[in-house]
Design a protein around this ligand. Sequence first.
Ligand SMILES: [Zn+2]
Length: 175
Amino acid sequence: MLVDTHVHLQHPRYAKDLSAVILRAAVAGVTAVIIPGTTLDDSAAALDLARRLDGTSPCQIRVAVGIHPTEAYLLDAAALDSLAALAASDGVVAIGEIGLDYYWPERPDRSWRCAEPATQRAALERQLALASSLKLPVVIHDRAIETRSTSCARGRPAILRPEGRSTRMPPGLIC
Ligand SMILES: [Zn+2]
């Protein structure tokens, strides 16, 4: 079984040729694809897409729900509750993408709002705790910070060896 654990198929850039992209993956031997979310809305869009494709896609389509580190300022208490509700949906197999990104906060040419490292660390901890309580694995974004995200997960055996309701997938890491 070959699983692509990180494809943002809900992104508008795939709107024109989504079926062809999924078909190419299936022909290449990919049996399942996991779509990670980057915000609440984006996670909900991933779930909507997975539901629309359910039963017709040549690959299984599953979802990770989470708040991306650069958007970590979005994760207040209400958002965490909403994320937990999304995570309970059918088709959700992981929490992600979550993690740390110290590249973008230091880019002087950035024209968009980016969460500061301290905010990112707090959001990562809260989402790791959520994953741990739900016994779900995580999909981690880890950029320009060496291995701090993974070391945060290391003390949480439920994440590293998930035995949740839907999957035994190990944690995924994108750098
Ligand atoms: Zn991603």
